[in-house]
Design a protein around this ligand. Structure first.
Ligand code: C2O
Ligand code: CU
Length: 484
């Protein structure tokens, strides 16, 4: 199977034109043919292209001018990649930026060589060069993609997009599947992006919080809905540093998936859907309002600066009288269940940042902001480093993590999803699967996973300024050589 696939598809060095024509054929005709024959439609990969280049985008409404951004395929956010679970993707990334880049498929359990980490899993893609990523969509769910090279600037300038993997069997009872990529921007009075990247204040404090928030690349007044419809809303936090806490006034959303992985449907705690940077939530929202009504969606995570994100605006014509109560339960993804009782335990401590003892030392000359944050006492200076942990492949592991800082940190592990077992010693109610877990100041969180994806994987805070200022490490998954 592997050999016929590589014979029938062009090598990675093919020019883009040939690649696009060929993969269009493969994605359409061949897949349809195979499924008609009753075979899995996964033999040929689906082809996509992502060209990273400078562009302009209308982030702020008229009369503001458009904003110069960096974008995939000229769009902010980048185009939605949408496939079916079990399909293979082949994505040609072209770099038309003036600096190196890579693309990381956040939350996707891909082979290590496809993970998009410069220096660690691949050579960075130089300006004018391209790279072909190919992997299978193992899990259904809501994922996203973004560069892993100088992310604090490349992601912030607009390089990020949604990656949606539909369930192999489409869930019943959903009228509309909507994606909202949430992002924020630090705009100057002329709507240009403030160029103060990498400043010490952002690095040591809360990260680069912007002053305007967009939904799918625009500041929006409203999103139209219809009375009686059931919407699956996929929220993706693509911001560098902003934590969102959304309330849907007049509605009772149910959380049905977190970070792409199904969770027992439940109302969000305190009515607020909290998403740290890089996190996703799939909500089921029943549109129970009256035709013509409007309801606010409010982001109130930072209480003193709560604001209206947009309105849900009901169309005059209802879809139906009432929402059907055929609640879909999403099927679980093929994740290996960690054996917590038999797991190896590892301690991880996050430290540093503003308001900690380190701040005094930081002001000394020669101390660049590379060393503001540490994991187990080490501040990373780049992606290539000795592993902070080696996890025996195929075994269960518990990471007992401590946030010894005064700030929130969304902690992300590549290549795996993990169960969140406990917070401050209290077992979580749903043992949710996540790939990014938001830790509150001083909080202790235990996570568990089966280390089943071999390779060197990044483990870092997804506040991209914290990451650039040291808060990352490498976790190696390798066969256990200590034992027999
Ligand atoms: Cu979303 Cu290491 O990244
Ligand atoms: Cu952080």
């Amino acid at each position: 199977m592997q050999s016929s696939r590589s014979r029938s598809t062009p090598p990675a060095s093919s020019p883009p034109a040939a690649f696009t024509r060929r993969t269009m054929l493969a994605g359409g005709g061949a897949a349809a043919l195979l499924s008609a024959a009753g075979l899995p439609a996964r033999a040929e990969p689906r082809g996509f292209r992502l060209r990273a280049a400078p562009a302009t985008a209308r982030l702020a409404p008229v009369p503001y001018p458009e904003t110069a951004v960096w974008a995939f395929e000229g769009r902010v956010p980048g185009p939605e990649i949408r496939v079916r679970q079990g399909e293979r993707l082949r994505i040609l990334v072209e770099n038309a930026l003036a600096e190196d880049t890579t693309v990381h498929w956040h939350g996707m359990r891909v082979p290590n060589a496809m993970d998009g980490v410069p220096g660690l899993t691949q050579r960075p893609i130089a300006p004018g060069q391209s790279f072909v990523y190919e992997f299978e969509a193992v899990d259904a769910g809501t994922f996203w993609y973004h560069p892993h090279q100088r992310g604090f600037e490349q992601v912030d300038r607009g390089l990020a997009g949604p990656l949606i993997v539909e369930e192999a069997e489409p869930p019943v009872g959903i009228d509309r599947d909507l994606t909202w990529v949430l992002d924020d921007w630090r705009l100057l009075a002329d709507a240009s992006i403030s160029p103060d990247f990498g400043n010490m204040h952002d690095a040591a404090m809360m990260g680069r919080i912007g002053n305007s928030v967009t939904v799918n690349g625009a500041v929006r007044e409203s999103v139209e809905v219809r009375a009686g419809e059931r919407v699956r809303l996929r929220l993706i936090n693509a911001a560098n540093a902003r934590i969102f806490g959304l309330r849907f006034e007049g509605h009772a959303p149910l959380v049905v998936a977190l970070d792409g992985q199904p969770v027992a449907p439940h109302a969000p705690e305190g009515g607020m859907v909290v998403l740290g940077p890089a996190m996703r939530a799939d909500l089921l929202i029943d549109m129970t309002g009256k035709p013509g009504a409007r309801f606010r969606v409010v982001d109130g995570f930072y209480q003193r600066s709560a604001y209206r994100l947009l309105d849900l605006a009901y169309a005059d014509a209802p879809l139906r009288d009432r929402v059907p109560d055929t609640g879909p339960n999403l099927p679980a993804n093929p994740l290996a269940e960690p054996d917590v009782a038999a797991a190896e335990r590892h301690s991880v401590a996050f430290a540093g940042g503003g308001m900690s003892g380190m701040m005094g030392r930081m002001t000394s000359p020669g101390m660049r902001h590379g060393g503001i944050w540490t994991i187990n006492g080490v501040a990373a200076t780049g992606h290539v480093m000795a592993p902070m942990l080696t996890l025996a492949q195929g075994r269960s592991h518990v990471l007992a993590m401590t946030n010894d800082t005064a700030f929130h940190h969304p902690i992300h592990l590549h290549g795996h999803s993990f169960r969140v077992l406990s917070r401050n010693g209290v077992p979580t109610r749903r043992r949710e699967w996540q790939d990014t877990v938001l830790m509150s100041p001083r909080e202790r969180v235990e996570i568990a996973l089966v280390a089943d994806n071999p390779g060197d994987w990044m483990f870092h805070c997804h506040i991209l300024e914290h990451m650039a200022a040291g808060m990352m490490g490498v976790i190696r998954v390798a066969p256990d050589t200590k034992k027999t």
